[in-house]
Design a protein. Sequence first.
Lengths: 152, 383
Amino acid sequence: MELLKRQEDWKITYTHALGETASWFYVQIRDHAKIYGKRDARSGRVLVPPRAFSDQTLEPTTDWVEVGPGGVIEAFTIVYDKFNNLPDPPYAFGYVMLDGADTALGGFFKGVELANGEEASKRLAIGTRVVTRFAEKRTGDVLDFWFEPAAS
Amino acid sequence: MADRPKVGIVGVAIRPCIPDDGRHSLEEHLHLVMHATLADAGLATDDLEGIVVGANDQYDGRAITVMMASGPLGGVDRDILSTPSAGEHAFVLGALRIASGQFRTQLVAAWSPTEASSIPEAQRLANDPLFHRRLPLDELAAAALQANAMEHAAPGCAALAERVLATMRGNGARAFPSLVQADVARGRPTRWPLRADMVPPPVTGVVALMLASEEFIAERGISPVAWISGMGWATEPAFLGDRDLATAPALAAAASQAYGEAGVIDAGTAFDVAEITDVTPYQALLALEGLGLAARADWPARLGEFGPEGRMPVNLSGGVASLNPVYCTGLIRIAEVANQLRGRAEGHQKQGARRGLAHAASGPAMQYQTVIVLEAGERRAAA
């Protein structure tokens, strides 16, 4: 018998509230090209990206702390497949422990030729010093900044 | 915990790779597996007192997908719960519902269709919209971040991962010869250092287990039974940047909880068979350490112990490295161990297996860790 399939494409747009903490974080990136974390007063840890509360101590975070622009790669990968709403692959992304932070921030890596994964993985090795770069036109988004290996 | 009712697994149905031939809708697949599980237990639909499912709305393309699943699984006029976190969490909930004394039987089920145009994009939707959703962060990318972190922390890991992969694929080819090939050509990189050949493509799968109380099992004279003698579960922070991806503290915590309940003193010698969730062979290595089976310094020397002829075979089913029904891989590990102890693992049966270990991991870079200790029928479950 003939077996049917039905393809559906639902388009629902969500408008997510970022809240005061993430809003302030992205406004500083957008308007001043600076990255801030927020301190958990109980543990003293500076959480980056900032959160209104620590999910470890369950206490509200207190003061803002500027971090970076330098840092160290904590994790990386190179993605060779296409994702929606992103430029064509390959992409390199991962996590960087910015100077002064106690948790690592996710973002893209640039300034590394990605065609040869073996070579690229050496330039993005964990422990490599990087510096944060900012886009000339910023919108208040993760794509406003990226990390590049620091000049040795 | 000594006084809580014992819970046994009395029925299992595993469909780790359902062909995409369009003969059945997802609802119909669930219904067929529900009946297969009851048949395996020698029970009828009237014996079903409640259902717990692990279900993922994004993969199913059905919002609050338990509403879809209620009818096919017997949820009409019966109590049915759902958790979206993991199929293995449904197992824990089902066991605890019987242990509470409020139920005598529970059907536990999880499934993973491949009807979404892109499972990586469906996984991206699980990222928080504040900081992570704009990144190309699907579960494979998270596993790749973890793989690189492991190679950095334990140099030589990549070569060991290749050994693990070969063993798992060999197991898979023996267990499911029509579905799994032992030798797969080296593939292109997908998420460095992972290659296309290291992680099988998603397939459609369904798994269900029938759980019952000791009293019910005795009353019905059900055999074979795999008794639950220990359960543990723990969770790591949601943000990957908050974690050391080369370690698995939540797994150590889950194992400690399960072993304590089961009376396991030395995990290295306690089990006859194990199934671990190995989305990547790197995760398999991390699981061996977190479960207390082999510290990383011992990996090179001890991997042979976990091969098919080794002292304690791991993943005789071939694991996720062989068949990857994404959302139900964890619950399948539990079901596989139950079948080993019930003598129903067919072509990949470990003869005489009496005590088994099941490890389930879910979420990005093994965020959710679950450990289940099971024992074969005649031996009474530990208090």
